[in-house]
Design a protein around this ligand. Structure first.
Ligand code: C2E
Ligand code: MG
Ligand code: MG
Length: 671
């Protein structure tokens, strides 16, 4: 069997040809045998005939000893076809007559027979000359068998030619039939081989609805499924790599501008300061700046315009910064440049170039031509401090000095101005927050958190706003006052107010399933906060499970011990805990074990461009899988389009919040 070809069609052809050859050989052999038998019969007949004729013609002449007549008859008979010789012997064994083309040996029959040359193409036989039982002599005849052999050879040749023709013809026809019958099978085997080698599969034409057609259909289904798995596998391989790269990138970069982030900057600053202790030749500068009136731009022209401003500024400044200096975005509109080795003059020259470069950026906001400016503060090390906190806060203070000098300029840190400037700035906000609390100018707005599956509101998030004392119709957004409140500690008062007001709303709206509130990182460590929540819930007779508390993930990670304790306290009360802005921290996943949150609210930076960014999808999928595995629910914020919602549905996210579904409103629409 090893000599047979490997393919089915090859084996089929070889086997049928073998059978064919055996069959035709058998037929050939048989017809040859029949032809030979027939020839021999003919020959025997002829011999018997000749014997009878010769005896009839010659026996009477022998009886009468008429040797002349005998000689004549023998000569006549010699003329017949196939007669080699004829010799007559009388009853005393004497040769009395003969006819032959050549000389014949011997005078007696015995001598004659022993002297006759051997010839296989001749047959010798004798005829007894007898009349009524009396013996007169013997006639010996040599019959030439040449014609018999020629006939035999001719038949054989013709048979062989016919057989060869038959074999060729049937082999051709059988091959064609085998090829036709096995065409689907060989297409299948080619396709399987291609698939095994990892080539892309395109379905085979399934053809008829016979057995092979059904096999082809089944094969197509299997191969398509296999192909899909292969594509998925490739994609998964790719996305895992992307995920790792993304995690690494995120650990060190600001997602909007691609600049170094606060973590990376802090590490670099620490490294630069390590050298400071080694000697006076080690020094440098920190430039700290933000964009003047950035919040106004954001509020007036929207987040997109705000993002554009940040990107343009980052790009312009990035071109000025040297390779050994580092430009980083700390958050919001705050940037820093770390310039190791720079002295006072160098830092001032750099600051001047940057302020001028930003001033030359022209912006067109919905038809309004606006210029961009920054205020920049410089702190030198080790002159203005040798710890990173000192350097950063002094550069920050210098920036406020620049702002109070009318913005659009830079200032180098001056200790004599510091306290008064910063106090003034903070005092301004302290005072304004206190007044807002006293004058009841804080209000809550409510934004729906929708079920991704049904689209209906599952609960609301309460978001604080401050009514502007100067124009009571306009509201100050939390980004305006929460950062200042967090710096000054006033945030505790705001959070306390939000807790009371939200629980009051829950009591007034019994149909409202639940309300989420935001608690600032500064408040976690406050021992009385959980107790305040408990007493308010009790006083207003609100079920604790209707209150959801959102803590931002970064705040929780920065203060993990307090966050853990606070979350445990909230759980003991029966409240639900949500980690807000989840995914921003590099170690989000690692810390999930420690932070007993019930809900993860996936940060808007993964959702905003979800439809166009496959790596965001990979990230969200990973978060959903981890959340599911740990029995937590997921919320996506910043859902801005139907397409985003559809993708979230596909990824299995539980809830969605965003302008596509609903905006924050002053009143809750229940029932
Ligand atoms: P957050 O808790 O992540 O709240 C979501 C913010 O995103 C809200 O802004 C909301 O209005 C906004 N938002 C929701 N959907 C979309 C969208 O599709 N597109 C865009 N562009 N924005 C969307 P808001 O109200 O300005 O709040 C900003 C942040 O201020 C909050 O982020 C939260 O960290 C803080 N905050 C708000 N209210 C309070 C509060 O009562 N107490 C404390 N401590 N912080 C608060
Ligand atoms: Mg929130
Ligand atoms: Mg958020």
């Amino acid at each position: 069997m090893t000599l047979l070809p490997r393919s089915l069609r090859g084996r089929l052809i070889v086997l049928t040809v073998i059978v064919e050859v055996v069959m035709i050989s058998a037929i050939l052999w048989n017809s040859q045998r029949l032809a030979e038998t027939h020839l021999l019969q003919q020959f025997e007949l002829r011999r018997a005939e000749t014997s009878r004729l010769m005896r009839a013609a010659l026996a009477p002449a022998m009886a009468q000893h008429d040797y002349a007549a005998i000689s004549e008859i023998l000569n006549d008979a010699r003329q017949l076809q196939g007669m080699s010789y004829l010799v007559m012997f009388d009853d005393e064994d004497r040769r009395i007559a003969s006819a032959s083309a050549s000389e014949l040996p011997g005078q007696s029959a015995v001598e004659f027979l022993s002297g006759l040359p051997e010839d296989s193409s001749r047959m010798d036989f004798h005829i007894a000359m007898e009349i009524e039982g009396r013996h007169y002599g013997e006639l010996l005849i040599g019959l030439d068998l040449h014609f018999l052999n020629t006939a035999r050879r001719d038949i054989l040749t013709q048979n062989i030619l016919l057989a060869l023709f038959g074999i060729l013809l049937t082999t051709g026809v059988l091959t064609a039939i085998a090829l036709w019958l096995t065409r689907h099978l060989s297409a299948l085997s080619n396709a399987s081989r291609a698939l095994a080698q990892g080539e892309r599969f395109s379905p085979l034409p399934s053809g008829d609805n016979d057995d092979i057609g059904r096999v082809v259909t089944a094969f197509n289904a299997m191969a398509t499924a296999l192909n899909a798995r292969m594509v998925e596998l490739e994609a998964a391989e790719l996305t895992q790599r992307e995920l790792a790269e993304r995690l690494l990138y995120m650990a060190e970069s600001d997602p909007l501008t691609g600049l170094a982030n606060r973590a990376r900057f802090s590490a670099e600053l620490e490294r630069a300061l390590e050298h400071v202790h080694r000697g006076p030749e080690y020094h440098g500068a920190l430039l700290y700046f933000d964009i003047d009136e950035f919040k106004t731009i954001n509020d007036t022209f929207g987040h997109r315009a705000g993002d554009n401003v940040l990107l343009r500024a980052a790009n312009t400044i990035g071109k000025i910064v040297r390779a050994d200096e580092m430009l980083a975005r700390l958050g919001g509109d705050e940037f820093v440049i770390l310039a190791p080795g720079a002295d006072r003059a160098g830092a001032q020259a750099l600051a001047e170039r940057i302020v001028n470069a930003v001033r030359s950026i022209a912006f067109d906001f919905s038809g309004h031509q606006l210029g961009l400016t920054i205020s920049l503060g410089i702190a030198l090390f080790p002159e203005h401090g040798d710890s990173s906190e000192n350097i950063v806060s002094h550069a920050d203070a210098a920036m406020y000095q620049a702002k109070s000098s009318g913005k659009n300029c830079w200032r180098i840190y001056r200790p004599d101005l510091d306290d008064s400037e910063q106090m003034l700035h903070q005092l301004g906000w302290n005072d304004r927050i206190q007044r807002a609390l006293d004058e009841r100018r804080l209000v809550l707005h409510f934004q729906g958190i929708h079920s991704v599956r049904t689209g209906t509101v599952a609960h609301y998030e309460a978001l604080v706003r401050m009514i502007d004392p100067d124009s009571p119709d306009s509201l100050l957004m939390p980004c305006k006052f929460i950062p200042a409140a967090e710096k000054s500690g006033r945030i505790l008062d705001i959070d306390r107010w939000v807790i009371s007001d939200a629980i009051r709303v829950l009591a007034e709206e019994p149909d409202l399933p639940a309300l989420a509130i935001n608690i600032s990182a500064r408040s976690f460590g406050e021992p009385g906060l959980a107790e305040l929540i408990r007493s308010k819930l009790a006083a207003f007779e609100v079920e604790p499970q209707r209150l959801i508390v959102e803590l931002t993930e970064t705040a929780a990670l920065a203060n993990i011990h307090d966050a853990e304790t606070f979350m445990d306290d909230l759980h003991r009360l029966g409240c639900t805990v949500c980690l807000d802005d989840f995914g921003v921290g590099f170690s989000s996943f690692a810390y999930l074990k420690q932070l007993p949150a019930d809900v993860l609210k996936i940060d808007g930076m993964f959702i905003r461009n979800l439809a166009d960014d496959p790596s965001d999808q990979v990230f969200v999928r990973a978060i959903v899988e981890v959340a599911r595995g740990l029995g937590k629910k997921t919320v996506a914020e910043f859902v801005g389009s139907a397409r985003t919602l559809e993708i979230l549905r596909g990824l299995g996210v539980d809830y969605a919040q965003g302008y596509y579904l609903s905006h924050p409103e002053a009143v809750i629409q229940t029932g």
